[in-house]
Design a protein around this ligand. Structure first.
Ligand code: R5P
Length: 283
């Protein structure tokens, strides 16, 4: 039985359809003091697959509640799919006295899950923080599907770390070159992008990244491309977090269109990761 987290309901439904499995009725409630309650009143199965992105603290608590609830209801096998793993970027103690937050949440999830499936986590190494087996799914190729016909396309990552995503999207699109810029992050919202010698004048450019959070990385990269005479600039991201004023930053930078998946359900989630998750779960 598929069990949706509150913020992954459309994806869980799409995945249930792909797998031909039933979707549990889930109730999400909140007490007057702000505490959440996620429950599965009619759950009746030996195995549960919970699908819950954790883009907020509440989502993490709800996930732990759902894992516990299905155990209480008799599930002997629990697979937890985390399409977007929040806190994955806090994968080290950045200063003395800091926690390794990704490890803290991974350990909590591991207490009541038998297996975890992650979609394009910020770093694959976060899988080592879980105490149960973890499978990683690469859904970046799905981002090619909604792209229009492109003129002499360049698939560009804003830093060298995301070049693999650019290559995967290019391969799925079927043609085009890849390149990357250099990025220095000064703070959570202050990012400096240095152009490479990538040839983008007069070409359609698709900037690819795993996450758009504050939109600082993308908007700075778009500004460089606009200054250098790129034709149209598209942003393609697996996880369209779009926090704070990210949309305004991107609009002001002159972006043609943002394309994202439904690991985080937003209006730009034009393509679903359900088929690649179904492939992984059916293996
Ligand atoms: C960082 O290394 C990630 O790949 C993204 O580039 C980053 O999370 C984007 O964050 P923001 O939108 O806040 O610049």
């Amino acid at each position: 039985m598929l069990v949706p987290g509150a913020s992954s309901q459309a994806l869980a439904a799409a995945l249930a359809a792909e797998l031909g499995e039933s979707l549990a009725a889930v109730e999400y409630d909140r007490f007057p003091d702000g505490e959440t309650l996620a429950a599965v009143p009619d759950f009746d199965a030996d195995a549960a697959t919970i699908v819950a992105s954790t883009a907020s603290n509440d989502a993490y608590v709800e996930l732990l509640q759902l894992q516990d609830a299905v155990r209480e209801a008799g599930a002997s096998e629990v697979t937890t799919v985390i399409p977007y793993m929040g806190y994955a970027r806090q994968d080290k103690a950045f200063e003395a006295g800091h926690p390794i937050s990704a490890r803290a949440v991974a350990r909590a999830v591991s207490t009541t899950a038998d297996r975890v499936v992650l979609v394009n986590p910020h770093e694959d190494a976060v899988s080592e923080f879980f105490d149960v087996p973890v499978d990683i799914v690469d859904a970046a190729g799905r981002l090619a599907e909604p792209l229009p016909a492109l003129d002499d396309p360049l698939f560009l990552s804003p830093d060298s770390g995301a070049i693999g995503i650019a290559e995967t999207v290019r391969d799925a699109y079927g043609e085009g070159e890849t390149d990357y810029f250099e990025k220095v992050r000064h703070s959570g919202t202050d990012v400096e992008i240095t152009p490479s010698d990538a040839d983008f004048e007069g070409r359609d450019v698709v900037i690819t990244d795993d996450i758009i959070a504050t939109g600082s990385t993308m908007s700075e990269a778009v500004a460089v491309l606009a200054d250098g005479g790129a034709k149209r600039v598209f942003c393609a991201t697996v996880h369209p977090l779009l926090a704070r004023n990210a949309r305004t930053k991107l609009a002001r930078a002159g972006i043609e269109r943002v394309v994202g998946t439904d690991t985080i359900e937003r209006d730009v989630s034009e393509v679903s990761v359900a088929p690649v998750l179904a492939d992984e779960l059916e293996r």
